[in-house]
Design a protein around this ligand. Structure first.
Ligand SMILES: N[C@@H](CCC(=O)N[C@@H](CS)C(=O)NCC(=O)O)C(=O)O
Length: 218
């Protein structure tokens, strides 16, 4: 299964781009990948802005059609090329996926950004340690909520991973491997171990992100 006309634009060090690279590997799709944004630049060209006027990555182009927003791209790929288990089609089952994906943007990403940008990407002398400490607590609260959901399940919605695991699981590697102590519940550590066995997670999400340390320029 594959589609050589699938084009992904975005630097692999972006966690939002990683969601897309992870799922295309899970779905065994054939695609081209162009590094854009960050130190690679290229997200301010006329051609790129025609695809995404906001100048942000990731961008997916599928046979000429542009899809934006990482969670939307993940759902689009699962629906277009995936097996049903990645994105259930029943209204209620689908709502469970959407719920975690919306929560992930609304709560988990906000908490993560407070830690990742506030601590990791900011030079030590410029950090707001009180704000970072608050974000650490926010992250721990998010992990606790996810942990409760994972009490009797391998993945968020059951035995198999879904798009909801991609949208939320992408933050784990950096939270766990950053030079900052965060309490990680056992259920979350086991979830992370399961992800780390998946080639797409290992290749893209567990990749080196040290070029972003103390770098707030992009
Ligand atoms: N909500 C958007 C966020 C897109 C976004 O802010 N992307 C960042 C990278 S995570 C970006 O393009 N930054 C500019 C750059 O990397 O140069 C999504 O989920 O796709």
């Amino acid at each position: 299964m594959g589609n050589p006309a699938l084009e992904i634009f975005g630097r692999h060090t972006s966690y939002n781009v990683q969601k897309v690279l992870w799922i295309v590997d899970e779905l065994n799709l054939i695609y081209s990948h162009t590094e854009v944004g960050g130190r690679f630049g290229g997200n301010d060209t006329v051609e790129f802005l025609r695809m995404n006027p906001a100048g942000k990555v990731p961008v997916l182009r599928d046979r000429g059609k542009v899809v934006l927003e990482s969670n939307t791209i993940v759902r689009y790929l699962a629906q277009t090329y995936g097996i049903k288990s990645w994105l259930p089609s029943g209204a209620f089952e689908r709502s469970q996926c959407d719920q975690w994906m919306d929560w992930s943007i609304d709560r988990f990403e906000q908490a993560f950004v407070g830690v990742f940008w506030g601590h990791y990407r900011t030079p030590a002398a410029d950090r707001d340690n009180d704000a970072i400490a608050k974000s650490v607590v926010d992250c721990e609260n998010c992990l606790e909520l996810l942990s409760q959901q994972l009490a009797n399940k391998a993945f968020l919605l059951g035995t198999n991973p879904t798009v909801a695991d991609i949208a939320t699981g992408v933050f784990l590697h950096r939270l766990i491997s950053m030079d900052l102590t965060i309490d990680v519940p056992d259920n979350i550590n086991r979830w992370y171990q399961r992800f780390s066995l998946r080639p797409g997670y290992k290749k893209w999400v567990m990749s080196d992100f040290s070029e972003l340390k103390a770098r707030i320029g992009y």
